[in-house]
Structures are given as C-alpha cells and as structure tokens.
Write a protein that binds this ligand. Structure first.
Ligand SMILES: Cc1cc2nc3c(=O)[nH]c(=O)nc-3n(C[C@H](O)[C@H](O)[C@H](O)COP(=O)(O)O)c2cc1C
Length: 213
C-alpha cells in the first residue's frame, strides 16, 4: 500500500505532537507514514498516498490559514482519497468534560461544530471524516489576560501553576480514529485496479529490429 500522509498546522506546537502520534500509530499498524507541515512549499501530489490526515488547531475561532489554503487548493485530490480532518481545540476539552453542566457542554459542542462547518465552507472540501480533538493549555507563552480567557474554556482540573502544560487529548480515541482510516485505506488499495502497464517499447519498430522482450 502507498504511504499515508499526515499534514499539520500549529501555532504552539501541540498539533505537531498530535500529528506525530498519528504517524506513530500508522507505523505501529505496519504502514508507511509521512508527516509534513502545511507551511511546506510545494507539498507532493496526493496520488502518491493511500490516505491523508489533516490536523489543525483552533485560534480565535479559526483554523490555521495555511491549512485552509492547503485544503482549498488540494480539495480535488483529497476528494479521491480516504481522509480524516482533526480539529484541535480547548473548546472540545470543555465539550468532553463530564464535570461541566450539560448546557455548557452542549454550547461547547455547538461551537466546535461551527468551527468544523466554517472550515468546510471556507475550503470547499468535505473530509471523509472530521473530528474535534481536545488540545492543550500551554500557558507559559501567554499573557495574563489570554491565560485567564483560555482557562475559562477548559476543565476545572487545569493546573493553577502557570508554567505547566495541561493536555486534554484522549489518545486512545485518536488511535481508534487512525485505525479506522488505515482500515479504509487498506480496503481500497486491495480493490483498486492494478496500475496501468508500462507503454510497450518501440525501439525495434524505429530501427527496424524486433522489440526487446
Ligand atoms: C491565542 C489563542 C487563541 C485560542 N483560541 C481558541 C479558540 O478560539 N477556541 C478554542 O477552542 N481553543 C482556542 N485556543 C486553544 C488552542 O486551540 C489549544 O491550545 C491548542 O492545543 C493549540 O494547539 P497548537 O499548539 O498546535 O497551536 C486558543 C489558544 C491560543 C493560544
């Protein structure tokens, strides 16, 4: 089977970690994975891959613009492959927090859905599957205002100590999504028609000798 491509976009680095985990999982399943930053100039043609994962984080309600550009410009190629779009956010951490009141969780769930719908509208690409994944609160780099705004998005278990990172990702659930994508890619590559035969050699017809077998 051809390799699986994992493209990521990140501001703070956490989505790269998620992309690396996805690539590791693909390799654990004994398939080849390639990982690329969406900012990379000239990403290769996607027909070299058997499936593509796109992972981007949410900032101020928007996914990274480089991922929007990538999905928009490659939507035709993406439509021909099994795909998974992973949207990384703290709103999803709130939506998954069982200690929160139902109303808050529902509101968070709707906000995440809106961000996914906006991404589809902006790019014109409909992923095979799109999933929200809870990200991390990496606080050291943020000023006090940002920190307190972000803290309100996440669970009460977030550490008070500002230098620590609190990650909310459900790694087992992420692995299960990757397993399902790999399963689809394997199925499709097993049923794909064989590659077209190489063109017949024509030298013999040009110089008068029979073609070399
Ligand atoms: C400036 C800033 C704005 C953010 N805005 C949002 C937001 O609108 N919605 C949300 O759910 N999470 C928001 N987050 C949380 C990030 O999505 C989360 O921290 C994610 O793990 C960051 O991933 P990254 O390190 O790959 O960029 C924001 C984080 C920062 C630093």
């Amino acid at each position: 089977m051809k390799p699986i491509l994992v493209v990521y976009a990140t501001r703070g680095g956490y989505t790269r970690r998620i992309a690396e985990r996805i690539a590791d999982r693909i390799r654990t399943l004994r398939h080849e994975a390639q990982i690329q930053d969406a900012r990379t100039e000239a990403l290769p043609p996607l027909d070299r891959y058997s499936a593509v994962v796109l992972a981007a984080s949410l900032h101020l309600g928007q996914h990274e613009q480089e991922m929007v550009r990538f999905a928009r410009s490659r939507r035709g190629e993406l439509a021909a492959l099994p795909t998974l779009f992973v949207s990384v956010s703290l709103t999803e951490a709130a939506a998954a927090d069982v200690h929160r009141p139902d109303g808050e969780r529902l509101e968070a769930r709707r906000a995440v859905r809106r961000a996914l719908d906006d991404f589809e509208r902006e790019t014109g690409w409909r992923p095979g599957k799109s999933v929200p994944v809870a990200g991390a609160l990496t606080e050291t780099a943020y000023g006090p205002l940002r920190r307190s705004l972000l803290r309100r998005l996440v669970t009460r278990d977030a550490p008070e100590e500002p230098s620590r990172q609190a990650a909310f990702t459900d790694w087992a659930a992420l692995d299960a999504l990757v397993d399902a994508l790999v399963g689809r890619a394997v199925e499709l590559s097993a049923t794909a028609p064989p590659a077209a035969p190489a063109p017949a050699r024509v030298r013999g017809t040009i110089d008068g000798r029979p073609p070399v077998p």
